[in-house]
Write a protein that binds this ligand. Structure first.
Ligand code: 2AL
Length: 246
């Protein structure tokens, strides 16, 4: 089984972290390719960053389609480009936010999310609404760290995340914590040990869900809205995406 894990930002150190976390949890027969767009933001912490990064995500899926790829993971907590990516392949495509939400509801009645910057909490809140998980989540919290601090100031970032997770444990009446950034992929055990609650992380959750879907023979439905996009003309910067109408 070959899973392509796409880091939607262009920081290769974070792509490496994500790839290592995915390989660390994958079943023996699973091969992980970790990739990132060639262009785009170095971190994703705004609506603008998300929109631009989604184009890169679709390009990475198209690259995956040129080789044998059994499943895709979008390893940013806003799941940028998720539905567009699903239109481009028959393989399953899993976002790390939706993966973590599903896993957390299987082991707890209520969870809180601990993410990076305060301004990104609205992105997680929108996804909770969109995916139907709003009533499972007590609170979306921020450790108030820029995404790249996870790579550049790892120890200080970890301390702030643990502090916020302890506040969530003590104040939110929850059973589990969801980590809200792809760059937190390797912190699960450390945080769980420090906080004493189950900690759910999206990259590792998505790998296990992808393996389950592929094992079940399930891929993205090509009926209805997730069918391949209709061929059409694209102009200007996106002209290369044009396809002839059959
Ligand atoms: C993210 C993420 O997972 N990767 C990134 O660059 N930005 N989202 C977040 N809330 O920190």
């Amino acid at each position: 089984m070959h899973i392509r894990v796409i880091n939607p930002n262009t920081t290769s150190a974070m792509t490496d972290t994500i790839g290592e976390a995915a390989r660390g949890i994958a079943a023996p027969g699973t091969r992980i390719t970790a990739s990132q767009p060639s262009s785009g933001p170095v971190s994703i912490e705004s609506h603008f960053d998300e929109t631009i990064s989604a184009v890169g995500v679709t390009e990475e899926v198209q690259a995956g389609e040129r080789e044998a790829t059994d499943a895709y993971i979008i390893a940013c907590f806003g799941d940028p480009g998720l539905l567009a990516a699903r239109e481009l392949t028959r393989a399953p495509v899993i976002g790390i936010a939706e993966a973590a939400f599903h896993m957390a509801t299987l082991i707890s009645t209520r969870f809180s999310i601990v993410t990076t910057l305060g301004r990104t909490t609205i992105i997680a809140e929108h996804l909770l609404e969109q995916y139907g998980f709003r009533h499972h989540c007590r609170r979306v919290r921020a450790a108030d760290i820029p995404v790249l601090d996870l790579e550049e100031n790892g120890d200080a970032a970890l301390d702030r995340i643990i502090d916020e997770c302890r506040r969530a444990r003590d104040e939110d009446n929850i059973g589990a914590i969801v980590l809200g950034c792809g760059g937190m992929a390797e912190l699960t055990d450390t945080i769980s040990n420090a906080v004493g609650l189950p900690v759910v992380e999206g990259v590792t959750s998505a790998v296990k869900l992808a393996e389950a879907l592929v094992g079940l023979g399930l891929g993205t439905s090509k009926y209805g809205d997730l069918a391949f996009p209709r061929p059409k003309t694209f102009t200007g910067h996106f002209e290369h995406l044009s396809r002839e109408t059959p």
